[in-house]
Ligand binder design. Structure first.
Ligand code: NAP
Length: 247
């Protein structure tokens, strides 16, 4: 797959930790010019130390104007991965307005803002491209106390389809990758908060284990690459079959 990424300019959001960090390093090793955006400067400094070719930008993507200016300044890219995301475990009746705004601002509004700036550049330059939105199977199946997160990922999935429809004629493909739990900082925090949950969920995964970061990254790479040239607007689960069963 490596030939597809040589010298391609790729923005990865949430590149400081977890899936985004792994993806950024993998893309850079495949020859891509990675532009990493994340919130914590120390994370990005460490990323740069490990892979000096990566361009780093510390930015809270919830700031619409500064993020828009940054992405316009970065200029024309070939690919974008909207990976940055936040979750929250709180029963529905305890959720507050600021909880809703924080989750939707990162998981939905920022992805919209960044995608719009990126695609404008592609269309103006008549350049084809690929976008992957990192969603979740929580967008498909409800999970107790993850209501706002699930709603935000469902909104992101509809954004994937809407963008795929509008941008397809410009040869810009947009797809979602939808992992089940991955043991990143986010995944570990979720399972640590509810004893016994990991075992209960694993019983519902036919493959019998959670995906590794690399396995999510591989799905993203595939959808970004020319190998997926006719794949547009899909939601690709990376879940070992987690969502296919009724019981
Ligand atoms: P993670 O380890 O928590 O990493 C998320 C990264 O996104 C961090 O570097 C974080 O920076 C950054 N980020 C969050 N909000 C940001 C903001 N407003 N501005 C800039 N950067 C921001 O999470 P992960 O597990 O790798 O998750 C990556 C994606 O996969 C997310 O969209 C998540 O919803 C999705 N996903 C994860 C799982 C799972 O079980 N891990 C399952 C399904 C889907 P800071 O740490 O500095 O805030």
């Amino acid at each position: 797959m490596d030939t597809h990424f040589q010298d391609k300019r790729v923005i990865v959001t949430g590149a400081g930790k977890g899936i985004g960090r792994n993806l950024s390093i993998t893309l850079a090793k495949l020859g891509a010019k990675v532009i990493a955006i994340s919130r914590t400067a120390e994370d990005l400094d460490e990323l740069k130390l490990e892979e000096p070719s990566i361009e780093i930008h510390t930015q809270d993507i919830c700031d619409w104007n500064k993020t828009r200016a940054l992405v316009e300044d970065i200029g024309l890219v070939d690919m974008l991965v909207n990976n940055a995301g936040v979750d929250m475990h709180k029963p529905y009746l305890e959720c507050k307005e600021e909880d809703f705004d924080r989750i939707f601002s990162t998981n939905v509004k920022a992805a919209f803002n960044i995608s719009q700036a990126v695609v404008k550049g592609m269309v103006e330059n008549e350049k084809s491209g690929a976008i992957v939105n990192v969603s979740s199977i929580a967008a498909i199946s409800a999970i107790h106390s993850l209501g706002i997160y699930s709603c935000s990922k469902a909104a992101l999935d509809m954004m994937t389809k809407s963008m795929a429809l509008e941008f397809g004629p410009h040869k810009i493909r947009v797809n979602s990758v939808s992992p089940t739990s991955v043991m990143t900082k986010m995944g570990k925090a979720f399972y640590d908060s509810i004893p016994g949950l990991a075992d209960a969920i694993l019983k519902r995964v036919p493959i019998g284990r959670f995906p590794e970061e690399d396995e999510v990254v591989n799905a993203i790479l595939f959808l970004l690459s020319d190998k997926a040239a006719m794949i547009n607007g899909i939601l690709m689960p990376v879940d070992g079959g987690h969502i296919i069963q009724f019981l």
